[in-house]
Write a protein of this length. Structure first.
Length: 74
């Protein structure tokens, strides 16, 4: 992966494969929903961009994230 239009060793990175998973349950004719999710299942930490000034700064993707969700419709 190349971050800028020109070729540079400092501004290239490995390929990024990021996936997610969400499992949920509906009840009450669809009025209620509970779910659990995870992002970045592979937990790959990669450089995804850079700032092209004099300091050669790069930034990375988000680490693995877990969460819960509850939704109620009225």
């Amino acid at each position: 992966m190349n971050f800028f239009l020109y070729e540079s060793t400092e501004f290239t990175g490995k390929s990024l494969t990021e996936g997610g998973l969400r499992v949920g349950y509906l009840w009450g004719r669809g009025q209620y929903e509970a779910a659990a999710y995870v992002r970045n299942i592979a937990n790959q930490i990669r450089v995804v961009g850079g700032i092209d000034f004099n300091n050669l700064t790069g930034f990375i993707n988000e680490p693995r994230t877990y969460g819960l969700q509850f939704k109620a419709l009225f």
